[in-house]
Design a protein around this ligand. Structure first.
Ligand code: XMP
Length: 321
């Protein structure tokens, strides 16, 4: 809806950076802005652009929502500390788990996370800091999929007719809205972010809650967090675009130590893709799949089944929720 795409090929990184810094400084004027850093390439790029444009008039937070991966808050904060950018961790774990309590529908879960982020957590941070603007890393694929009604991405408002100023009390600036993921990586590299960031695998805003089918509880998140750590460890060398572990809602009959064990099912997904619009399952070797399954059933309590998704996007989507 009105956003013009800039493809990676057409993108002139130096010019884009100069232009966006100008846009952010004139947009924010003499006010203050805040942004949330998750460590993903989009929010990291916005953090760098924002700091170049606003210096200490931009306050960057890492929202610990309880649904991030192992040690993620500390790791990301330390990467940015080395770059000279201070990041404050906000502990919002309880708020997110209580917002998610009892919700099983995928779109309702996304909506609960959106409200917890934008209304509750940012609403308070804006009040506390006196900021008038939120900078965020929405990209064109987020907008496309939300507008098409495929999946409500957590960070899309204007295109849905929602005015953030009215709904949450602050304005949102989206410097990356004309880019796809491959374009953002090019800008991130040009901004001097480390490879661990500009090459970082995509990770969704709703975090591990997008990897639990059905109700989200701290216990289920812990299972998927542990499984994710194993999956990422085993698949980093695969060169794939994105890989993940998903905890299913239905249990299945298994057998352990000669006894019936009605246990958990994990689905693994590993994707080849350029920009997440279409994707194909990676042809992982059977040896890798076998090793993954063995590690998961021995290291993650309660799991009796591990499967691998072999469906392309579309009709699958990359995340299960
Ligand atoms: P899907 O599952 O829609 O994912 O095929 C496409 C890409 O977007 C990521 N994703 C999200 N990113 N907010 C985001 O910023 C979200 O709500 C969200 N949901 C999915 C997903 O990981 C994939 O790379």
């Amino acid at each position: 809806m009105g956003i013009k795409e800039i493809t990676r090929e057409k993108l002139n990184a130096a010019e884009f950076i100069k232009e966006k810094i100008k846009e952010i400084s004139s947009g924010v004027g003499n006010s203050l802005a805040i942004n949330a850093l998750s460590g993903g390439v989009d929010s990291s790029t916005v953090t760098m652009l924002g700091h170049k444009a606003l210096g200490n008039r931009l306050k960057t937070y890492f929202i610990n929502n309880g649904i991030m991966r192992q040690n993620e808050p500390e790791q990301i904060v330390s990467v940015f500390k080395k770059l000279g950018i201070p990041v404050e961790i906000v502990d919002a774990q309880e708020r997110f788990f209580s917002a998610l309590k009892g919700i099983t529908d995928p779109e309702e879960k996304r909506e609960a996370i959106t409200q917890a982020f934008y209304r509750d957590v940012f609403g308070q941070l804006v009040k506390k800091s006196g900021a008038k603007y939120l900078l965020q890393g929405t990209i064109l694929t987020d907008v496309d999929e939300t507008v098409a009604g495929i999946k409500r991405q957590h960070n899309v408002f204007m295109q849905l007719g929602i005015d953030p100023q009215e709904a949450f009390g602050y304005k949102i600036i989206e410097p990356l809205a004309e880019l796809r993921k491959d374009g953002v990586r090019k800008i991130a590299e040009a901004l001097g972010l480390p490879k661990s960031i500009y090459n970082r695998m995509p990770f969704p805003g709703p975090a591990l809650a997008a990897r639990v089918i059905g109700g989200v509880t701290p216990e289920k998140i812990e299972i998927v967090r542990l499984t994710t750590a194993i999956t990422e460890e085993e698949l980093t060398s695969s060169g794939a675009f994105q890989y993940m572990a998903i905890l299913h809602q239905d249990k299945v009959t298994g057998i352990r130590n000669g006894k019936r064990d009605f246990g958990l099912q994990i689905e693994l997904r590993c994707w080849d893709s350029l920009d997440a619009r279409v994707a194909t399952p990676t042809r992982l070797s059977y040896e890798i799949l076998d090793k993954l399954a063995n590690r998961i059933i021995t290291e993650v309590p309660g799991v009796v089944s591990v499967t691998y998704n072999i469906t392309k996007k579309p009709p699958s989507t990359i995340e299960a929720v």
